[in-house]
Design a binder for this molecule. Sequence first.
Ligand code: ZN
Length: 244
Amino acid sequence: MLYGIISDIHANLEALGAALGALGSRGVEQILCVGDFVGYGPDPNACVDRLKPRLAASVAGNHDLAITGRLDMSWFNDDARRALKWTARRLRGDIYSYLESLPPRVEYESLLLAHGSPRDPGEEYLLDPYSARSNFRFQKFRLCFVGHAHVPIVFTLDPAGRLDMDEPAPGSRLKLLPGNRYLINVGSVGQPRDGDPRAAWGIYDSDRETVGFYRTPYPVEVTQEKMRGFNLPAALIERLKTGF
Ligand code: ZN
């Protein structure tokens, strides 16, 4: 089975369209979303409309939790909060209900999905080996996909307790070894922060036991123009171009 893994769409319809197109062309059978449908970007309703019917499983991200009153907005910086308040005014009732229904973490078949981390899906950033090790201890799982950090990253714990951290290159494929445990972030569709502005997404192949990391270009300036039209914060518009 081929599972498409996407995360941190952040209401970026052009990036989502590019990622879904690429997933479709690779014959992906199921799509799993690791949260942050909304926030930052200009198309919250359209992104959920486009994605919802395609999803086999998904979790809420911290922006989805905040917009539905489950996480205090004081956790966010000024620009993020401004975009969240803008989003809150535009969100349709049925989209709100959908985001409200999403759990912060979910077990799907043999996989675990959690936005920030298994132990703290709403707030923790998994960017260092210490936090990763604590999360391997916190919950028993073999393969967990996370989002939130907006950078592709792989933490591997081998049976001897050795922990490895790796930043997978675009186009690379990781072979999952028996006995090892994995915490994996495939990167962000709608607001990458690793210096590569292209939409990031992944494929988990459960037959071959591999995870592939991919990037797809999209018309960034179209998204930026929409954001300017809605007077969204300049720094959020600019960062789409630089990928930081
Ligand atoms: Zn995010």
